[in-house]
Design a protein around this ligand. Structure first.
Ligand code: 2DT
Ligand code: MG
Length: 211
């Protein structure tokens, strides 16, 4: 695990708008870390494989309608149902590279007009990331990238509001990376951020989101 002995794994989260490059960059980072001999797993939220995740997936595909607060709590429940597994992986020395987390939960729901404090409340007590990498891409630029997949939320006006809320959530664990740079440049920056994070967090306690 990153060269250290018996240290815990790092919780590394990638955030950003739809089409900001999170999924490709997570995959690249994952294979890089694996190549370094680092115990690593790639996770994503929503995790569409659980029964809660299937409800979320149907909602995103516009196959079901749910009240804004109801879907917000389902997204949160989808993280809660993975919390204990996440904790045991991290304590066992596995680094998790997670594509979206609580910040997506708050930014997307707040962009619909829900109160930010209300949106944060169900996230309190989930594990706090050691590093949040925000892939910063202009909403218009993201939309140009091969277009959206047709899911709910994939509209440029909505994504602009999401970007504003992401901005207000930034804290000391965040590193903003310019996602409009060439893929290899972004990849290189992520490698460095991740390696530093993994070696620095070995002896640090796991904590909970402070919201
Ligand atoms: P993907 O395209 O990454 O599968 O995300 N979302 C995500 C929320 O509204 N709340 C959340 O808590 C999470 C994790 C962002 C599907 C969409 O779901 C949104 C995009
Ligand atoms: Mg999407």
């Amino acid at each position: 695990n990153g060269g250290g002995k018996g240290g815990r794994g790092a919780l590394i989260v990638l955030e950003g708008l739809d089409r900001s490059g999170k999924s490709s960059q997570s995959a690249r980072l994952l294979s890089f870390l694996e190549g370094k001999g680092c115990a690593t797993e790639g996770w994503r939220f929503p995790d569409r494989d659980t029964s809660v995740g299937k409800m979320i997936s149907a909602y995103l595909a516009n196959e079901s309608q749910l009240d804004d607060r109801t879907i917000h709590l389902l997204f949160s429940a989808n993280r809660w149902e993975k919390r204990s597994l996440m904790e045991s992986k991290l304590l066992g020395g596995t680094t998790l590279v997670v594509d979206r987390y609580s910040y997506s939960g708050v930014a997307f729901s707040a962009a619909k007009g829900l109160d930010i404090g209300w949106c944060k409340a169900p996230e309190v007590g989930l594990l706090a990331p050691d590093l949040v990498i925000y892939l910063d891409v202009q909403p218009e630029k993201a939309a140009e990238r091969g277009g959206y997949g047709g899911e709910r939320y994939e509209r440029v006006e909505f994504q602009k509001r999401v970007a504003e809320h992401y901005h207000s959530l930034r804290d000391s664990t965040w590193k903003v990376v310019d996602g409009s740079l060439p893929m290899e440049t972004v990849e290189e920056q992520l490698r460095e951020l991740a390696m530093n994070c993994i070696s620095e967090c070995q002896d640090k306690q796991l904590t909970n989101l402070p919201w």
